[in-house]
Design a protein around this ligand. Sequence first.
Ligand code: CA
Ligand code: CA
Length: 389
Amino acid sequence: MLAPRPVVSAMTQIPHRRRFPTSQDDLARWMNPMNTFASRAMAWLALGWLGAAAPAQAAVWTVGAVGTGCDFTNIQAAVDAARTAPGSDTIRIARSATWTAQQLAINDTNELTLEGGYATCSSPAPDNTKTILSGAGGDQRAVLTIRGNNAVYLRRLVIRDGDNLGDPGLGGGIDFRNPSVLEISDSDIINNEARTGGGIYAEGTATTSEVFVRDRTLIGFNEARASGGGVYAAGLEFVITGRDTTVLGNEAQGTQSGSGLGGGVRITSTDAFRAFLYVSSDGPGGLGSIHGNTARAGGGVAITVAGESENDSVLRLFSVYPDAPAAISDNTARALGGGIYLQPDQDVSGNSFTRAELNGANLTGNEAPDGAAAFGSFDPREALNNATD
Ligand SMILES: [Ca+2]
Ligand SMILES: [Ca+2]
């Protein structure tokens, strides 16, 4: 079941860092990799010209029920085969089997795409029904643990019921620590639990670490015992720009003293890297980008820094869809900052700042005892916690 995948498509999937976009056209240019594709294509052609080994052919592997003609009947086995096979790989996960107790470990050096939406391994094309990967059962782990040094693309998947409640318990649905790119589209990250980062824990291991949440994706109804109900993003760029995409109904409980930051998202720098959270999604039906989440501080978003570092944390909320602006709406904090909570660190041993930049976006309907829309803390006595929980 080998099928070639165009090298061009694999190459154009690689996003690139650009300046902050201020309009839809800008965003298109910002996200459009063709600007640098030409240079990459030239580099590739030059390699070929010089007689270097051509990239290995990309492979498509199928995973599904026993006895139905699939390449694999176990997703981890397919992931391991992709790691061994040179070049990029795509794993199609069919709905012909029930995928529970999933705790998949990805540790590759080439691009890997996991895609659902196939009824069986012989389905010629995907449909609109996602494939469910459930973490219920098995160990207390994330459904997907992503290390290695490779871009990972997730398509048409439901990642749910992850139960990463042990120690350290980072990431219920996805635990991403990798110097490359994770890109998610047409997927749901729902009903996961972790100590930190209920839906997704993403930590930069290089300045190139980046997570893109693209179109039609829901990060919803996840719970963090400590901080980052939907997402905990540390020391990387986390980009939520997809159409009909939202971070909805997540909770950072804060069951221990000082935690409970960021019901939707907690963005924080690390000792090594700055952190950026870009948000422009409209949400389905214009619901808003970050909607109806709950925390102790920062019901929608908490922006914090690594104490004693010089690394800032920045939220950029901006609209690109004229009919549906980006919004942080109807979130609740039990203490501080219903929509947004900011906590810099300024003392003798470090100066790291937090910033929220809103450009044509809405901050509406949020609630908290102090700072219903936003609360900026400059008083260490108010600081809830700088630690990584
Ligand atoms: Ca491979
Ligand atoms: Ca589990």
